[in-house]
Design a binder for this molecule. Sequence first.
Ligand SMILES: [Zn+2]
Ligand SMILES: [Zn+2]
Length: 171
Amino acid sequence: MAVIALEGMYFFARHGYYDEEQLVGNEFVVDVYITTRTTDAAVTDDLRETINYETVYTICQLVMKRPTRLLETVAERIGLGIRHQFGYIKSLKVRVRKNNPPLNGPVAAAWVEIDGQYEKRCGKCGKPLICYRDHTCWCMDSRVPVKTREHLRARFDDNCLCPNCLKFYEQ
Ligand SMILES: [Zn+2]
Ligand SMILES: [Zn+2]
């Protein structure tokens, strides 16, 4: 397990609730903390890319370029982008800070932080697995028939199954 972090990424961007803010723009600082899992457990082959700083930075940069009303949305988009790029994130924290927000008095910064935990235990064998609760896991994958998903969830107490145990049910 390792923590990979990028702290203090500085951007000039146009996020803000008011049109005026979107017009004038503001200074933003983004921090990202990624806890990855080593590949000794149930991780499939195609999920073994290394997390690199440049890719994480590029994801943040792209999201920051798109004017958005809420900092929560900005943070969620960065989180989503990182999760979709890397398949073995155990936990992820994203903080988006707006410097000198336009309020009635001096305020150094306003920030939003999102924090997600994605390591679960397989409902059958108990081995750790990564589930983002989105289409990248069978439990939310629309290609898996709803009935199958419902059946497996009920059978395994709403837990996901690791790829190995899932093979048993793929017929
Ligand atoms: Zn299992
Ligand atoms: Zn799942």
